[in-house]
Design a protein. Structure first.
Lengths: 321, 276
């Protein structure tokens, strides 16, 4: 132990610790605060979420044990069942569309950038820029652009003679969800692009050269060299997109609304969960019991699918290489 | 053959430039519109502003709660990141540099948190924070963000600390340095790159978070920027010039920071997805 630099410190009560006890004390000082903190604000709430789903609730008070009743109502009793299924399918649409539009385009851009064209560094920085912006901000920005009468998108269509294509993008069931998904893709595109690009860069250059010497064209190089060798990055992006799609909240909330308008066409599970827990904007149907049940179901679904799917994709990685 | 190669290069550049326009044009339009009047936005949506007037920005700054939202976001973000770094360093230093019974178990205990979406525990958190008097406080938000960020911080920092050579601390110990001095003046300077990664990894999501303030902050004076934006967008719904100015002001600090630190931002935000 280093002596205190202060000269006049009264040293009467200082306890001398044995090295062993000193070490234990030091380790406890390091470990106890983060562990307790983590218990209180993460572990206990997560466990409580499970316990709460088995109780009946009135407001913020527990009024009795409910068994699986909350789960039964959410999954099998109308109107809750209809809302659950509707929101679930919307999440599925979000996921599939993002996989094709956002991640497909990202892969294409990453392959282009992988050849190190002039300005690569600049393009990387630009493509990644929206990733740093809040979904709330981007959502409001595009909500203004998508305004049916005075929004930039429709005005632009009019300006280039495509005025017939102008739509009330967020105001009709056929386009609302896809418009919001497009904004998500615009905001998030840079992320998978950078992840794919990093994977492509880690492939030894000889592989590409060997393939090209053998007379493979760019499509074949992408299909038979790049694609198998970036399989781990693909796994990560698929799983992250899956988790992100099923936690989708900010964008539909600010661009459409808490009730998933028009006609619940933009309703997703996280919105539905929030609404169940903290009340609808129209008509206060609020229930912590059903809310907790939804949270548990959503958590289990995402966890089980993510783990199983990671296993399958990892096996595919091995087979491909 | 040469001609074909040249046209391929051109095609690639055209595609990349096209995507650049798709990304930058909306940002530019948002910024340009912020200088116009609402009437001009509708009459002349694509052109440059007739007069470069800062009036909209002044209005946003002086007549709305924007300065307040900013201050709140800075406080919450700085506090959360500080808390994550302090707690993260404490836990990961002990886990990475000392052998003791239960080390591996404790490490896994923290790591399990990476898979836990804390949002789904918002109902128990709500009841718990209410009981602790932490709803409608910045401290409450900081605690939640710190709990959310801790697992990844422990993961990144432990991995980094394990790579540092043993000789360093042994030499310092022989020289009579205390355990705290070894941590503070020898280890911490060496892990600075990892601290930056952990910092940015948490900084941006916390700054941008909307969900937890939505649930836990009702008092106007405590709202953070993303939550404040929803208030602001409702208040000025028809005054588009002011809306664009507000959105621009909200985006500007992050964009400026990003332009200067793009390398760190990209590395920090993709940490975990990109194997380095």
């Amino acid at each position: 132990m280093a002596a205190s630099p202060r000269p006049a410190a009264p040293d009467t009560k200082r306890v001398r610790l044995s090295p062993r006890a000193g070490r234990t004390l030091w380790l406890a000082t390091l470990l106890v605060p983060p562990t307790v903190f983590f218990l209180v604000f993460e572990v206990i709430p997560m466990i409580s979420a499970l316990i709460y789903s088995f109780y009946r609730w009135e407001g913020i008070g527990r009024v009795g044990f409910a068994g699986f009743d909350n789960f039964r109502r959410v999954l099998f009793e109308q109107p809750f069942q209809g809302w659950t299924i509707n929101a679930f399918w919307n999440n599925v649409i979000v996921f599939l569309t993002l996989m094709v539009v956002q991640n497909g385009l990202a892969l294409f851009l990453a392959i282009l950038l992988g050849g190190n064209p002039r300005g690569t560094r600049f393009y990387q920085v630009v493509f990644f820029l929206p990733v740093t912006l809040a979904f709330v901000l981007v959502g409001f920005q595009w909500k203004l652009f998508l305004n049916p009468i005075i929004g930039l998108v429709n005005q632009m269509l009019g300006a280039v003679g495509l005025g017939a294509l102008a739509q009330p993008w967020l105001g009709q069931e056929s386009t609302a969800l896809f418009s919001i998904i497009f904004v998500n893709a615009w905001r998030w595109l840079g992320f998978p692009t950078i992840v794919f690009l990093a994977a492509i860069r880690s492939i030894p250059q000889d592989y590409f050269e060997a393939a090209r010497l053998d007379g493979a064209n760019e499509w074949h190089v992408a299909r038979h060299v790049t694609w198998p060798l970036i399989a781990p990055a693909v796994t990560i992006i698929v799983i992250l997109t899956f988790i992100g799609s099923f936690n989708w909240f900010d964008l539909p909330y600010v661009m459409a609304g808490l009730d998933g308008p028009p006609g619940r066409s933009t309703d997703v599970l996280a919105l539905y969960f929030y609404r169940t827990a903290f009340g609808e904007t129209a008509g206060a149907l609020q229930d912590f019991g059903r809310g907790s049940a939804l949270a548990v179901l959503l958590f289990l679904f995402v966890l089980v699918v993510a783990i199983t799917w990671t296993r399958i994709l990892r096996r595919r990685e091995v087979e491909l290489t | 053959m040469r001609w074909r190669r040249l046209s391929t290069v051109t095609l690639i550049q055209l595609l990349l430039i096209g995507n650049t326009v798709v990304i930058l044009y909306p940002m530019m339009m948002m910024g340009l519109s912020a200088f116009k009047s609402t009437r001009e936005i509708f009459r002349n949506p694509f052109g440059l502003p007739e007069v470069w007037s800062l009036a909209n920005f002044v209005r946003v700054w002086e007549q709305t709660n924007f300065p307040l939202y900013f201050r709140n976001s800075v406080i919450v973000t700085a506090g959360s990141v500080a808390l994550i770094l302090v707690l993260g360093v404490m836990a990961s230093y002990a886990l990475a540099r000392y052998e003791f019974r239960g080390n591996e178990l404790l490490y896994l205990f923290f790591l399990a948190g990476i898979m836990m979406p804390l949002k789904l525990a918002v109902i128990p958190l709500f009841i718990q924070l209410r009981a602790m008097g932490l709803t409608n406080t910045h401290l409450g938000l900081m605690c939640i963000y710190a709990a959310e960020g801790l697992p990844a911080a422990v993961f990144i920092l432990t991995g980094f600390l394990r790579t540092l050579p043993r000789d360093l601390e042994n030499a310092a110990r022989i020289d009579g340095a205390s355990e705290f001095q070894i941590l503070w003046s020898i280890m911490l300077p060496l892990v600075r790159p990892a601290l930056v990664i952990v910092g940015i990894y948490n900084l941006v999501p916390v700054w941008n978070d909307f969900f937890f303030p939505l649930v836990f902050v009702q008092r106007e004076s405590l709202k953070t920027l993303p939550l404040g934006l929803t208030v602001f967008m409702g208040q000025y719904a028809t005054d588009w010039a002011v809306l664009y100015a507000g959105l621009t002001i909200a985006a500007l600090p992050v964009i400026v920071l990003y332009v200067f630190l793009s390398r760190q931002f990209i590395a920090g935000l993709t940490a975990g997805a990109v194997k380095g």
